[in-house]
Every structure is written in structure tokens, then in C-alpha cells.
Design a protein around this ligand. Sequence first.
Ligand SMILES: Cc1ncc(COP(=O)(O)O)c(C=O)c1O
Length: 401
Amino acid sequence: MEHRISRQMTDATDAYGRRLGAYLEQSSYSRLRGGPGVIDLAFGDPHEFPAPALVEVLQRHLSPQHTDWFAYTRDHPPAQESVAATLSRELALPFTADDVALTNGAFAGLTICLRSVCDPGDEVVYLDPAWFYYEPIIASVGAVPRPVALTPGSWRLDAELVAAAITPRTSAVIVNSPNNPTGAVYTDEEYAALAEVLREASARNGRPVYLLSDEAYRRIVFDGRSCPSPATHYPFTFLVHTYTKTLLLPGERVGYVAIPPTMPDPAVLRRALTVARLTTGWAFPNNSLLFALPELEQHALQVKPIEQRRDLLVDALREAGYEVQPSEGTFYLLARVPDADDWAHAAVLEERGLLVLPASVMGAPGYLRLSLTVTDDMLEETIGRLRSARPSTREHASVQR
Ligand SMILES: Cc1ncc(COP(=O)(O)O)c(C=O)c1O
């Protein structure tokens, strides 16, 4: 008898197959990764041991300190209070502990928000280029993904394009800044224009168009920038954050969804977010991370070395014939290939042991995404290989996908 996969999971699987699945299944990444001399610039994974002080915090909170240490724990007021204090300081809004719903990362944060506000068949607008999991996550809750293509090269948040994509079925818009993969950090002016569009659309539709602000990289900003949030412009905002980037520990799952103090009738949403976490496979953080959170709030990756790697890689890529805009934040750089075939360029670099992501799978055809989480030694080797590997067009043409 044939399997019968649910409609939502069929749609999510198809979306996955068009995005990240296409790369993992059609490139040699899975075969080459971890091989001798292979440098993985495709994903933002750590390649060095974490700081000993951070490991000590994690270890200490894994040792039970009372008999309830490993009991079912949902929210944890000291953790929520520490997040609320940070957000209040950074965004100049009086967040309280109750405004903070702790999660096991931004995957869960985005999912519980969508599950809370989307009916089956509702539309969710997001901006392409985009993180490759938005489309499958939106489809998995029974909603319809509506990507909006931004202007290539500038990649700025264009409120008019968002306005044109909103329909009476739109229940949410997702924005992501600092943006993976473009590296753009949106400004307060851009958010003010977006807020205006969303206010008008909500009034027209007779229901709120919620804004999901994916701020996974809000602490990874370069050149002395700060990271504005649309939560200060638009009350119907969910601010989604995760510590996996700030601490560069993607396998240790902890994050939150915060609603701004300006959100009308917050009790209804708080309850929905709690039940969404319960019914999304217990999307709360593990206790050790929950208890460690007030201390984890005090730790952060050093951003300066990432910024320095960005500068070295920008120069090397330009020298090798790629067009590159220095990213304003995140772990990534986007490089435009000279002849528009990102898959072919990724395959040529793959032959030289450099794994990079063809950004077609993130809605940026003709671009490659490179990660800045490599070590200095890996970067030096990468630069050497880019120098010696200026690939010819003929070579590209011969590469089969
Ligand atoms: C833009 C963006 N949002 C969300 C996530 C998910 O974060 P986490 O793995 O902490 O849930 C990522 C991870 O790469 C990301 O790049």
C-alpha cells in the first residue's frame, strides 16, 4: 500500500526540494564535506572550539542543582526577565518577562508564530533572497508562500513591493535583518515605510497582517552598526531571536519570540504561543539552556574577526572576478558570478575543494553564498585557491548540474 503523506507535508517537502534539498541532493556537498582538504563555506557552522567560559556555563547548568532540575519546565521567569531587560535597553520599549516566549531556536519561533496566526490557505509574504527554510515552514502550517523578489544587488527592503504582494488572504509578512543571505541590515526608515503599508493592509483586510521579524543575526552587525527592529514601528510584530548565531552553537537550541509592549490584547497571543509550543513537539528550550540563559545573555561571539574575514574575502572574490557587496551583518557574503550560472561556478569551486552555496536555492540566481564562520587558516587557504582558480567560461560550460 502507498504512503499517504499529508497535504501540508507534501507541499513542505516540495518546497524543501526546490530550495535547500536541491543543493544537498544535486551537488556533491554531502559526499565531499569533511573530506581531506575540503573547505566548507556553504553553511554557517562552527569550525573551532567554543570559548572555555561559554563551555563552563553550559556544563554548570547541566549538573542538577535540585530535584526539579530536569522536570517539565515551560517558561522560566529569570530567563524571560533577562531577555526583557536586554530588549528594553536595545529598543527603548518597556518589555516585561510576560512578553517573552522562550523557544528552542528560531526554527521553532517562526513555526509557532505562523501556527498561531495562519489558517489553512492563508498567504505569507516574504522577501527573496531568503533563508531556504521559510518556504517549507510556511507550507508546513498549511499556508501559501508568496515570495517577493527584491531588486538584485541592492536588496533593500522595498515596502511598495510588499504592498503589491498583500491580498485579502495575507495573514503574515516575514522580514529578516540582518539578512541571510544578502547581508543587508534594514534601517528605521525602511521599517517605518513597511509599517505604514501593513497598517493600511490590516485596515483594508479587517484583520491584522502580522509581521514576523526574524532577527536571528541581530547581534552580528559590522562597522559599528546597530540593528533596528520593526517592533518599534509596528505593534503587530513578533520579534524572533535565537542564540545559536550569537554564540555560534547551532546544535544547542535556545531562542525566543518577543511581542512588543505596544501589542494590543497580548494575553490572547501569549496563550496561543504557549499552546503552539506545547503542540509543536515541545518547542521550549531544554532545561539546562533555559537555566543558563541569563548568563548566556552576557556572552557573544566576537564580531570583529568575522568583519575582518569579510574584508579579506571581499577583496579575494573581487580579484577572482566576482562582484561583491560587503555584507552589513550575518555570517555570509553574496558574490555575483560573471556569467549568471551559480550552479556551474559552485561546481568548479567544488572541484578545487571549496564548498559554496549556489544562491538560486535562496532566490538569488547568479550568486554564490559564502560563509564567514571559517577559521583564519581556512580563509587563507580559500583565498589562495580562489587566486589560482580563476575559472574560464569554457570550463563552466562543461559542468553538468
Ligand atoms: C535567517 C535565519 N532564520 C532562522 C534561522 C534558524 O535559526 P536556529 O537554527 O537558531 O533555529 C537561521 C539559521 O540559519 C537563519 O539563517
